[in-house]
Write a protein that binds this ligand. Structure first.
Ligand SMILES: [Zn+2]
Length: 207
C-alpha cells in the first residue's frame, strides 16, 4: 500500500488566506488576540508593515505577508519548530477560519501565487482609476489651454477665458462619469479583497 509521504513530513510553514485587502490594524488585532493568551509577546524590535513577529521564551514565530487582495500570509518558526510553535500556528489558523478565511497547503500556495500576483496588479490598476476619477471631482480642465481649475470656478485659471455653457455641460458629464468610475473601482477593490475570482469581478474588464 502506498504511503502518503506528505503526511509523514511535518509541515514547517502554514499559509493562510484572509478576506481582507492587507495586513491592516483589524487583521493585526485578530492575529494578536489568537496568540497572546498562549504567552506570545510581540517582538518590539519588529516594526514591519508586512510582517508580525512574536516571542515566547526562546521561541520566535514570524508571520509574513506574501500577497494582497486578499491577504495571504505564511507563518513559521524562526529556528526549529517545536510544540509551542505548532500550538501558536493552530491558534492563528483557527482565528483565520473563524473569520471566513482558509489555509492553503504548500501545493495550493504554489498554484495560487501567480493569481495572487495578477490580483495585486488589478488592484493597483483600480487604485489608479480611482485616483484619476477623484481628481475629476475636484478640478475641471480647460478645452482651450488644458489648464486645471477649481471645479466650480467660472473662469479658466490658465487662459482666464470664461467657461461657456457647453464647457459646463462637459464638466458635469465628466463628474457623472467620474462618480460612476469611483463606485465601480471601489466595488472591484472590495471584491478583490473578499477573494472573488478575477473572472467574476464586476465592472469594466481590463486585459
Ligand atoms: Zn484655459
Amino acid at each position: 500500500m502506498a504511503v502518503d509521504r506528505a503526511k509523514l513530513v511535518r509541515r514547517q510553514h502554514t499559509h493562510l488566506l484572509l478576506p481582507h485587502a492587507a495586513l491592516d490594524d483589524p487583521q493585526r488585532a485578530l492575529f494578536e488576540a489568537a496568540v497572546r493568551p498562549a504567552g506570545w509577546v510581540r517582538d518590539s524590535a519588529d516594526t514591519s508593515s508586512i510582517a508580525l513577529q512574536w516571542r515566547r521564551g526562546q521561541a520566535t514565530l514570524r508571520l509574513q505577508t506574501l500577497g494582497w487582495f486578499p491577504l495571504l500570509v505564511t507563518v513559521g518558526a524562526i529556528g526549529g519548530a517545536t510544540s509551542v510553535h505548532r500550538d501558536a500556528t493552530a491558534r492563528l489558523t483557527a482565528a483565520v477560519l473563524s473569520s471566513g478565511g482558509k489555509s492553503l497547503t504548500d501545493q495550493q500556495l504554489v498554484d495560487y501565487l501567480p493569481q495572487s500576483q495578477q490580483r495585486w496588479q488589478r488592484a493597483l490598476l483600480e487604485r489608479q482609476r480611482l485616483a484619476q476619477a477623484e481628481r475629476l471631482l475636484q478640478a475641471r480642465r480647460c478645452t482651450a489651454c488644458g489648464a486645471w481649475s477649481d471645479l466650480s470656478t467660472t473662469h479658466c485659471a490658465g487662459c482666464h477665458r470664461r467657461f461657456t455653457s457647453a464647457d459646463d455641460a462637459e464638466r458635469d458629464a465628466g463628474v457623472d462619469r467620474a462618480a460612476t468610475t469611483i463606485s465601480e473601482a471601489e466595488a472591484v477593490l472590495a471584491e478583490l479583497a473578499r477573494g472573488v475570482v478575477l473572472e467574476k469581478l464586476s465592472g469594466v474588464r481590463h486585459g
